[in-house]
Design a protein around this ligand. Structure first.
Ligand code: PRT
Ligand code: ZN
Length: 283
């Protein structure tokens, strides 16, 4: 049995549950108690505040956890990052009042900076030989300069709209973050085996996410050109159509190259193009 610590409420909760569900780790009960066994996988989910997840994993209260990389870095606990998960993306940045002139980091010398991430911030300041006063607060950091509590802030930024509505501007990005799977450093052989199965499944979900299955009809004389555009996993599948001289081609394409590929296929005379999402993909 593998115990997985996840955020009970908050920004990462829903996407974490979605990812686990797509990986076949479904909950046996919809009721939100602290600990819920999974129905179809030898795991149980422990719902915690994100702040407590790194410690729980380091101490072995949980075997693995899903938490923001920022929170993991801040807490400095003895666990390891196993995998980046591609959601909960944000950055940790320094921001100052909009009207201030800013040339470089020296602006922060002698200033007071409000933050919920004092460890990451002091490490960054030390590396850059800046001497500033860190004022640690646990929430509503962005209002600190406006009420005279600090000269600047160091906080999570996503779209930037919170900074804007508090008349602040982002001047330095210190780290990029996303949700990560972290693990205890000394798992038993049995738990390691379950974890490897979980990683395999998460990989299959993630690989499928940026791929599409494509089907199209094309005249046989343009097939070689179409194969050049559609490499497929090994090579495309080709099925002859009832209509003489035509084939149906099936393949997998990268979401990123989608519009470029579709345009080229149309130019080559492909017809009846179908594009279908892929749920899982095992390479
Ligand atoms: O209750 P618990 O302690 O579990 O949760 P929490 O309130 O401490 O954390 P929560 O749920 O707010 O965030 C969990 C994690 O989500 C963070 O540690 C980040 O890794 C990640 N994340 C991703 C974010 C954001 N994006 C985000 N935009 N966390 C917070 N924000 C906040 C930010 O603090 C700021 O107030 O959103 C505001 C900025 O957003 P923009 O879009 O206006 O720039
Ligand atoms: Zn928290």
């Amino acid at each position: 049995m593998l115990r997985i610590a996840i955020q009970g409420k908050g920004r990462l909760n829903e996407e974490t549950l979605n990812l686990l569900q797509e990986a076949g780790v479904k909950l046996s009960s919809a009721k939100r108690t602290l600990l819920i066994p999974a129905k179809t996988f030898p795991a149980e989910l422990l719902f915690l505040r994100d702040d407590d997840i790194p410690q729980a994993v380091a101490d072995g209260v949980a075997d693995v956890g899903i938490v923001g990389e920022n929170e993991f870095m801040e807490k400095q606990k003895n666990a390891e990052i196993i995998k980046k998960l591609g959601f909960g993306k944000c950055r940790l940045s320094l921001a100052i009042p909009k009207e201030e002139d800013y040339i470089n980091l020296n602006w922060f010398n002698g200033k007071k900076i409000a933050s919920s991430y004092p460890v990451i911030l002091s490490d960054f300041l030390k590396k850059n030989a800046i001497k500033a006063d860190i004022h640690t607060i646990s929430g509503s950091v962005e209002i600190a300069p406006g009420i005279g509590l600090a000269d600047a802030i160091f906080d999570i930024v996503s779209s930037g709209s919170t900074l804007m509505s508090n008349h602040l501007k982002e001047v330095e990005t210190v780290m990029y973050s996303e949700a990560v799977l972290i693990g205890n450093k000394s798992l038993s052989k049995e738990k390691e085996k379950i974890l490897n199965e979980l990683i395999f499944r998460i990989d299959a979900v993630q690989t499928a996410e940026d791929k599409k299955y494509i089907l199209l009809n094309a005249p046989n004389n343009v097939l070689p050109d179409i194969f050049n555009i559609l490499p497929g996993m090994r090579s495309p599948t080709v099925v002859p159509l009832a209509q003489e001289g035509w084939s149906s081609v099936h393949s997998v394409i990268d979401e990123k190259r989608f519009w470029e590929i579709i345009g080229k296929l149309k130019d080559l005379g492909a017809e009846g193009i179908l594009v279908i999402p892929i749920e899982k993909m095992i390479l």
